[in-house]
Design a protein around this ligand. Structure first.
Ligand code: G3P
Length: 215
């Protein structure tokens, strides 16, 4: 299985609304040329439906709620995520953290609806907890490095090795994220034993995403 690169669109202007569509078209073209990696994107929930009409790469939501059909104003219904064309969701991103019980419920909902669960953990303690929920992926993202230009792969050697070991023991795929800003960082993550990366600003804000991938 090829390493997975998930591009988190967050709410950057460069990846919202119309810009989300044009970025997606670019990334779709890139994905056709990428031989060594699979690409996935996580746009804002409000952009999912429009993007899914034009998109050829794996589509994920950034978040949802552990609710069922009913009176839940302002919440995000998992069934609607699925209907939008998304194949899975991020859960517990450090910019949108959740109580453990909610993470567990959302992981179970993903299993029931056959959605891919990507649960984020921002330190080893939270990683241990979320691994016990058996998601499809965990994304290990040390909080203090998110949005910066120091990559998790160069700054956190010892904890990365431990994170990778913990995920292997539980047979859960592990992504690394935070500060990943070059193709070399991605290669390094894979070399360290990760199953891919979760990346945002370096790719979303890149003036030329093709150049980022050197294609
Ligand atoms: O979800 C990806 C993330 O939080 C890392 O963001 O901008 O450091 O790649 P960034």
């Amino acid at each position: 299985m090829k390493p997975l690169i998930i591009v988190n669109y967050k709410t950057y202007q460069e990846s919202s609304g119309k810009n989300a569509i044009s970025l997606t078209l670019k990334l779709h073209q890139i994905s056709k040329k990428l031989r060594d990696y699979s690409l996935a994107i996580a746009p804002q929930v409000v952009d999912l439906k429009e993007i899914s009409k034009k998109n050829g790469v794996l589509l994920l939501a950034q978040a949802m709620d552990s609710i069922t059909y009913g009176a839940n104003t302002g919440k995000i219904l998992p069934e609607s995520i699925k209907e939008s064309g998304a194949k899975g969701t991020l859960i517990n991103h450090s910019e949108n953290p959740l109580p453990d019980e909610e993470i567990k419920k959302q992981t179970e909902i993903c299993r029931r609806l056959k959605l891919i669960s990507v649960v984020c953990a921002f330190n080893l303690t939270s990683l241990r907890t979320v691994l016990s929920f058996k998601p499809d992926y965990v994304a290990y993202e040390p909080k203090e490095l998110i949005g910066g230009n120091v990559s998790v792969t160069s700054a956190k050697g010892h904890t990365i090795r431990e994170a990778i070991q913990l995920a292997k023991e539980k047979k859960v795929k592990l992504l690394l994220g935070a500060g990943v800003h070059s193709l070399n960082d991605i290669k390094e993550a894979v070399k360290l034993g990760a199953d891919g990366v979760l990346i945002s600003h370096a790719l979303v804000k890149a003036s030329n995403p093709e150049r980022f991938f050197r294609i």
